[in-house]
Design a protein around this ligand. Structure first.
Ligand code: NAD
Length: 509
């Protein structure tokens, strides 16, 4: 698994930036972009300097006044055309996702489609932005609230959903009348660039949507520049915490979505075959590199655990791991060699910590892909809460089975965990399911649904250390996040009535 050294930079093949409707070439500090299935460097990506990011912010700032005043119905027309173009280019975008992220093609299509659904939602912006109106709040006085855009807003996104997560942010931000600067992940930068070109082709005025590739220098510029009004972040918890602290200290509105350790509770009365099928997809889909992946299965009762583990083991024997471009595969490689080493290290650690490694994927070889970042699926049984493999986010194809004696004990485990992104319960008992949904300290809950990722007309967000900020991503919360309320109170005295000076606080007394 040795990627070619980064110094062999093909300067004609460096991903630059998209600023003010134009491609901006850049060879500043290029980092390699790798195809994880082959381990080969396919291109490089430039790391924007502070001044390049400032150019993008300036472009967004100068596009703001006209875009803010564009009627929402006209903004929606651009969104409709954008959605159409996205769908026409779906195969190209999905292939790019697979080549740079590694996920299998149908999984990449799923990601892409869920992103487009947010564009779909943004097409309804004229309805979503409708304000609130009250007539006669006082004599001849009417009052209304309207939702005004903030100005320039920024998004910083992770590697694991290079198309969908940016689309959680910029379509709604832009539909609300803001202008946007995206800083995508440096690991898979090509899909966001493709999408930016399609948005321009849809008729978006130059400067409304900008993409800068980069690292901490770019992010810090966005966090410090006073022209940036709000920041949406999705990524790991330590970085989310940093973004939230720095952005809010600098007076910005911030929503920072972080990491996860999502537990599925399997009750003794559950349809175990269905639960196991669901766990297979939720734990090993996208090689476990999903913030909503199930990484812990809490089985209530030893009999339940024995059956779940034995059936998972059987199913894992048939799991097909290989290049994402081969549509017969279920699971692709991990994103980078470094991440592969980290996840593998967690599997070694689990063995040292005394967990029972029932399925060991460490020795997997994918024929013809010797340099790919493949790791076979791993299954641990008898994991306990004191183990680091239980406490930390592994973000790989590793499922930990924890045995609990009761639903209460299973729920206590979940409530005690530092993360609270997603969870689910498998049961046939409506009362148990209702109690779980009502009381569990987690932001997104599934009942016999392993990946309860809210659809576009709801909003996405976790609790505890999975989200810093108050408002969730996309859906109705995004209208609130990307706008600021203004309340206007207006009087037109009728019949030429002369107003007297009033020294009492105005009321309807
Ligand atoms: P990451 O935190 O390493 O990177 C996310 C973004 O932050 C990238 O654009 C990166 O360039 C930037 N960044 C990284 N280090 C930085 C630093 N020190 N200062 C400033 N910016 C920095 O995350 P990742 O590895 O790309 O993605 C995986 C993580 O994202 C996992 O923890 C996963 O759970 C999380 N995630 C969460 C959600 C959610 O909705 N809660 C969704 C997807 C992924």
């Amino acid at each position: 698994m040795n990627a070619r050294p980064a110094e062999n930079v093909d300067t004609a093949n460096i991903v630059g930036h998209f600023i003010a409707g134009r491609d901006v070439a850049d060879d500043n500090r290029p980092l390699p972009v790798t195809n994880p299935a082959t381990g080969q460097i396919t291109k490089h990506v430039a790391m924007a300097s502070k001044s390049t990011v400032e150019d993008a912010i300036a472009a967004a700032a100068s596009a703001f006044p006209a875009w803010r005043n564009t009627p929402p119905a006209r903004r929606a027309k651009v969104m409709f055309r954008f959605k159409q173009l996205l769908e026409e280019h779906a195969d190209e975008i999905v292939a790019t996702l697979t080549n740079e992220h590694g996920k299998v093609l149908d999984d990449a299509m799923g990601e892409f489609t869920r992103g487009v659904e947010v564009v779909d939602y943004a097409c309804g912006i004229a309805e979503l932005l409708k304000g609130e109106y009250s007539k006669n709040v006082g004599p001849d006085i009417d009052s209304w609230s309207e939702f005004q855009p903030l100005g320039v807003v920024a998004g910083i996104t992770p590697f694991n959903f290079p198309a969908m997560v940016p689309m959680w942010m910029f379509p709604m931000a832009i539909a609300c009348g803001n202008t946007f600067v995206l800083k995508p992940s440096e690991k898979d930068p090509s899909a966001p660039m493709l999408v930016a070109h399609l948005f321009k082709e849809a008729g978006l005025p130059d400067g409304v949507y900008n993409v800068v590739n980069g690292d901490k220098e770019a992010v810090d510029t966005l966090l410090e520049d006073p022209r940036v009004q709000a920041v949406s972040f999705v990524g790991s918890t330590p970085v989310a915490e940093y973004i939230y602290a720095t952005g809010t200290k600098n007076g910005k509105r911030v929503q920072a979505l972080g990491g996860a350790k999502n537990h599925a509770v399997v009750m003794p009365d559950a349809d175990i075959d269905n639960a196991v099928n669901a766990l297979m997809g939720a734990a090993y889909g996208s090689c476990g590199e999903r913030c909503m992946a199930i990484s812990v299965a809490v089985c209530v009762g030893n009999e339940t655990a024995d059956e779940v583990v034995s059936k998972l083991k059987t199913q894992l024997e048939g799991l097909k791991v290989g290049a994402g471009t081969d549509t017969s595969n279920n699971m692709g490689p991990l994103i980078t060699q470094a991440h592969h080493a980290k996840v593998r290290g967690f599997v070694d650690l689990g063995v040292e910590e005394g967990a029972d490694l029932v399925v060991d994927g460490r020795s997997l070889v994918v024929e013809g892909h010797d340099d790919g970042f493949f790791l076979g699926a791993c299954l641990f049984d008898r994991v306990t809460p004191d183990m680091r493999i239980y406490q930390e986010e592994i973000f790989g194809p590793v499922l930990c089975v924890v045995r609990a004696e009761s639903q209460e004990q299973a729920m206590q485990l979940i409530d005690d965990h530092e993360y609270g992104n997603g969870t689910c319960i498998f049961t046939r008992d409506g009362e148990a399911a209702r109690y779980f949904a009502d009381n569990i300290q987690v932001g997104m809950v599934g009942i016999n649904v392993p990946l309860p990722v809210p659809v576009a007309m709801h909003s996405f967000g976790g609790w505890k250390r999975s989200l810093f900020g108050d408002l969730y991503a996309y859906g109705p919360d995004s209208v609130r996040f990307y706008t600021r309320r203004k309340t206007i109170t207006q009087r037109w005295p009728s019949g030429g009535v002369r107003e007297k000076a009033q020294f009492a606080f105005p009321s309807n007394q």
